[in-house]
Design a binder for this molecule. Structure first.
Ligand SMILES: Cc1ncc(COP(=O)(O)O)c(C=O)c1O
Length: 313
């Protein structure tokens, strides 16, 4: 229902309002490991602790691991990206989604659902949100049009369930309202069917771009590289054994190539041999060249690592 939604300044403000509504400083938030790098800084800025729970690269978070983690640590909320996770791209199956929502509802723990990539499936129908299984208003659904239309519009939303009034009060005291013009433009695009037509086109484009990037990386990177199989969205997660992601990041930057190093996505570090590649741009000779350059640097770093380890032993 329209009255259940609060319009926000992108998904970032939606997540921030959700955290403020559900958690007090010093409390702990269960998050996926890895997770979107903005989450770690948001938690830090609000004086919240992260409880990272490792995810499976195809099925996402396992409810049994969540149950286990919550047995040891009291959590105030869970912040999850069930649909086309950033950075891994995985999609949580519906049975896991239902089990998670049930488990957390039983424990009285709210779920902050980041669904920013949910409209961007590569095949089939749009995946369910965790919110679809929410019976008691315990899920705060956050999203935006940043990944589909343009990040610069800053049009996002939150359906905060039983925290709606609290979120509305926080939004009013912090920014009063969102700028009307971009919101009306997006609303008109949604109403006249333009958004659905546009999505059909970009879903195909993103699927092809991710596939081409995957193929190019598999051909150019050192043997043993493990690549995610994103089922939606625009990012590819690569684990390159023996290659320090920060070294690869620095060498790539010197060549004018932008990659996101794995440690950015670890709420408490880790992922030192992982990088995230963005496949959001149409495939081009320039991107193909950049992937080959990255592959060459990765080979050099790996060989240097092998030599160094050989020398030490
Ligand atoms: C998973 C995730 N959540 C939130 C955001 C931030 O979205 P927005 O630009 O709408 O604030 C991003 C942007 O990259 C993202 O990938």
């Amino acid at each position: 229902m329209p009255d259940d939604l609060v319009v926000t300044n992108g998904c970032t403000e939606a997540l921030s309002l959700a955290l403020q509504a559900t958690c007090r400083p010093g409390e702990t938030v269960l998050v996926e490991a890895p997770t979107y790098f903005g989450v770690a800084s948001m938690l830090r800025d609000r004086g919240l602790r992260a409880l990272p729970v490792p995810i499976d690269s195809t099925l996402g978070l396992d409810p049994r691991r969540v149950e286990d983690a919550m047995r040891r640590t009291r959590v105030a909320a869970c912040l999850l990206i069930a649909n086309f996770h950033n950075p891994v791209g995985c999609l949580m199956p519906d049975d896991r989604k239902r089990a998670l929502v049930r488990l957390l509802a039983e424990r009285g723990v709210p779920i902050i659902e980041d669904d920013i990539h949910g409209d961007l499936q590569h095949e089939g129908s749009r995946p369910r949100c965790l919110k679809a299984d929410d019976l008691d208003g315990g899920v705060l659904l956050c999203g935006s049009f940043s990944k589909t239309l343009a990040p610069g519009y800053r049009v996002g939303y939150i359906a905060a369930g039983r925290w709606h009034d609290r979120v509305l009060a926080l939004k009013r005291s912090q920014s009063l309202a969102s700028a009307t013009l971009p919101v009306l433009a997006v609303a008109d695009f949604l109403r006249n069917g333009g958004y659905d037509r546009y999505l059909r086109r970009v879903r195909r484009a993103f699927r092809d771009q991710v596939a081409r990037m995957r193929e190019a990386v598999a051909g150019a990177f050192p043997e043993g590289v493990a690549l995610s199989r994103p089922q939606g969205g625009v990012v590819l997660w690569c684990e390159i054994p023996g290659v320090a992601a920060m070294d690869l990041f620095r060498r790539a930057r010197a060549e004018g190539i932008s990659i996101a190093p794995g440690p950015m996505f670890g709420p408490q570090g880790g992922f030192e041999h992982c990088i995230r590649l963005n496949c959001g741009h149409p495939w081009s000779d320039r991107i193909a060249r950049s992937v080959r350059t990255l592959g060459r640097i990765a080979h050099e770093l790996q060989a240097r690592g092998v030599r160094a380890n050989g020398g030490a032993s």
